[in-house]
Design a binder for this molecule. Structure first.
Ligand code: MRU
Length: 348
């Protein structure tokens, strides 16, 4: 499928408006940092690696029209743009990784003229996108080895083309296995409250020719009990040094179910999702989102009394003990994670 989740086109950030899918495939062009911030907040662009790319391009949007000639002043502006962008969503490591990468590349070139530093920032933002596309292909390649022909795979949320630059992480593994002739059957959890599984994963899996069945989130246990799931695979928003993984709310449920039913549970993510400064999952900040996401059906129809109390964490933590392997662009990391994550990330 030839789509770009996020791109730099005609001097603007072009994104697919994911809130409109699957009914309409609509692109929007963004020229102002504030509009990109909003697009991230309301999840027109979403998914950890896509947010890494948004961070890079957002940093450029924030300084492209800023006129000044000395580094200190420019750096102050860059720092304030970074702070603002970082306030859009707290959990996905890639967003912060992208911001930090641009700050570092700018600082490394601080003796150059500001106009040149701006171009270096844009070039690096584009590199983030190129590198992510490549990483996803490699994740797909390594992950595909875990599947046998006709395996039935369960996934949650959307860790596919729409969450990355192209190809995806968890879904990229499915695409890669399928391209090698291992026909798979995919099951998508609908992923309440915002339905990324139903709206996005089912859409792109179908377009990519994968045999896909949508299930309500609470159907996963029954499916596993009936022996209809061979592998569970999810993406990740942030992975701590010990392998504890933050991902879409409901991922932890699936990991517990998978262990009970002796079904292997894998996480697929690029290096940019790891956060070695965080020791374990308890240090990962979980985004809390608005009540109305849960209290309504996609904001259109209220489904609970007005005064009902709502709790809406967007992510949960999968304890590393429940993860059979973490598929990265450098290969599959297995237990013990503390040692093997460091080894794999250090490897050239
Ligand atoms: O709230 P979202 O839709 O941004 O959550 C996305 C996920 O949980 C994905 O699984 C994760 O970002 C990995 S995407 C390759």
């Amino acid at each position: 499928m030839n789509i770009r989740t996020i791109d730099w086109k005609s001097n603007k950030v072009r994104i697919i408006d994911q809130t409109k899918l699957p009914l309409k495939l609509v692109y929007i062009d963004i020229n102002r940092l504030e509009d990109l911030w909003q697009a991230i907040k309301i999840m027109q662009v979403r998914g950890a690696p896509a947010l890494g790319a948004a961070a890079g391009l957002g940093m450029y949007l924030g300084i492209k029209d800023y006129v000044c000639s000395d580094w200190d002043k420019f750096n102050r502006k860059l720092t304030s743009v970074a702070k603002y962008l970082a306030s859009s969503r707290p959990t996905a490591r890639n967003l912060f990784w992208g911001i930090e990468r641009i700050l570092a590349v700018a600082a490394a070139n601080k003796t150059k003229p500001i106009t040149q530093i701006k171009q270096i920032i844009l070039a690096d933002a584009k590199s983030i996108m190129r590198e992510d596309a490549l990483s996803c292909r490699k994740i797909g390649y390594y992950g595909s080895k875990l599947f046998r022909k006709n395996d039935k795979v369960l996934t949650i949320c959307n860790a596919g083309i729409l969450a990355t630059i192209d190809y995806g992480t968890a879904l990229g593994v499915i695409y890669s296995a399928q391209a090698q002739g291992k026909k798979l059957e995919a099951f998508c959890c609908e992923t309440r409250p915002l339905l990324q599984g139903a709206r996005l994963s089912a859409w792109e899996l179908h377009k990519q020719g994968v045999d896909v069945t949508l299930i309500a989130d609470n159907t996963a246990a029954k499916l596993m009990q009936e022996g209809k799931v061979d592998v569970v695979i999810t993406g990740a928003d942030r992975i701590a040094a010990n392998g504890d993984t933050a991902n879409k709310i409901g991922s932890f449920n699936l990991a517990v179910l998978a262990r009970y039913h002796k079904v292997p549970f894998y996480v697929a993510a690029p290096k940019s999702t790891f956060d070695l400064k965080i020791k374990d999952g308890s240090g990962i900040k979980i985004e809390m989102r608005k009540d109305k996401e849960v209290a309504s059906l996609l904001f259109k129809r209220e489904i609970t009394p007005k005064n009902a109390r709502v709790l809406n964490p967007a992510f949960d933590i999968i304890p590393h003990q429940l993860i059979n392997g973490i598929i990265t662009e450098r290969g599959i990391i297995r237990m013990p994670y503390i040692r093997n994550i460091r080894r794999m990330l250090r490897k050239e």
